[in-house]
Write a protein that binds this ligand. Structure first.
Ligand code: 2RA
Length: 350
């Protein structure tokens, strides 16, 4: 019998993208596709693959008869409900940060470590943070060929990484500054936003329009942010290199959706731009856009809405041996969240 899949958080930002992905697949391996959400959204009707489906309320019984449950909800909801789904007989695939670093929970990117879906003592599989995920297809492919040793990355993270609140704030700031000749004097952007009545408190800690903000996530020890530590810890776990040297600086930029990263990757073996191109071209989830003569390179505004990761600006570092510098763009709501979670479920039933 075809397996039953359920989506918890079906009416949220990532859940909505998940349903869009399911609706646009050529075929799906599922019998029933059950939609689950909070009491507030229960009863809502959503069309999934041509059939109207009614959202059911999150409750233990909602998991009965379900084989795989995809969680697109905040950490605390996943932490509470994923174990309940497992108790009811399902495998939980979780898109939150609740279980990512649990040694008994695999952290999976299907192009990189698909075999890990079968090593899940707690019955839970975790989906990585979107910042890490955006570069994993490219790094996984390069690591297989050349052996990754060290990684230095700077992120350029979109406002939607901070949820709908982040998108709304960026749009409000852009609207408040439209037509204003600001940005030539320190502090005048913040003054214009205050004069337009925008609250000083923002999800980005500083104005994002006409600006970049070197802060994403929450404060951790020694000046690091949670996003920077996730890049380090999750990269090590996914790639299976516990000693990988990683240093990350995470920056928020005035882009609505699609995270970008500038990657400086050091390998054990000799690499070249031509060989890196060959590796990227062989990976179906990567689009290589790298022609300096034609000024071809990826940008987040062009990549948003796309499933693959886009890679460009590939260079052999001038002053470092066996080292590539490159730029990646990945839609943080698709491959960075809903798509990878869904692909984990597909991997489970393959
Ligand atoms: C962000 N990576 O961009 C986070 C979202 N999970 O804020």
């Amino acid at each position: 019998m075809a397996p039953t899949v359920a989506i918890v958080g079906a009416t949220g930002a990532v859940g909505t993208v998940m349903i869009d992905i399911i609706n646009n697949r050529d075929s799906v391996p599922w019998g029933e596709i059950r939609l689950i959400a909070s009491a507030r959204s229960a009863g809502k009707k959503i069309t999934v693959r041509g059939q109207e489906s009614t959202v059911v309320e999150l409750a233990p019984e909602a998991f009965d008869g379900v084989d795989i449950v995809l969680f697109d909800v905040p950490d605390e909801i996943s932490a509470e409900w994923a174990p309940i789904a497992v108790e009811r007989g399902a495998i939980a695939v979780d898109n939150s940060g609740a279980f990512r670093m649990d040694p008994e929970v695999p952290l999976v990117v299907p192009e990189v470590n698909p075999e890990k879906v079968h090593e899940r003592p707690r019955g839970i599989i975790a989906n990585p943070n979107c910042t890490t995920l955006s570069m994993m297809a490219s790094l996984g492919a390069l690591h297989r060929e050349f052996g990754l040793k060290e990684l230095v990355v700077s992120s350029y993270q979109a406002a939607s990484g901070a949820g709908q609140e982040g998108i709304d704030r960026l749009h409000a700031e852009i609207e408040a500054l439209a037509g204003k000749q600001v940005g030539a004097r320190g502090g005048d952007v913040a003054e214009a936003l205050a004069a337009a009545g925008l609250p000083e408190e923002t999800p980005f800690k500083a104005p994002l329009a006409l600006n970049v903000v070197p802060w994403a996530g929450s404060r951790k020890d020694d000046g690091w942010t949670s996003e920077e530590l996730k890049v380090r810890n999750e990269s090590r776990k996914i790639l299976g290199i516990p000693e990988l040297k990683v240093s990350a600086t995470c920056v928020r930029v005035p882009v609505v959706t699609t995270h970008s990263l500038a990657v400086h990757a050091v390998f054990e073996r000799e690499v070249s731009v031509a060989e890196a191109h060959r590796v990227f071209e062989a990976q179906s989830s990567i689009v290589l856009q790298d022609d300096p003569d034609k000024l071809e390179f990826p940008t987040p505004a062009a990549v948003v809405g796309a499933d693959p990761t886009y890679v460009g600006r590939v260079r052999q570092a001038l002053d470092f041996t066996n080292t590539l510098d490159f730029f990646v763009c990945g839609d943080n709501l698709r491959k960075g969240a809903a798509l990878n979670t869904y692909e984990i479920a597909e991997t489970l039933v393959k």
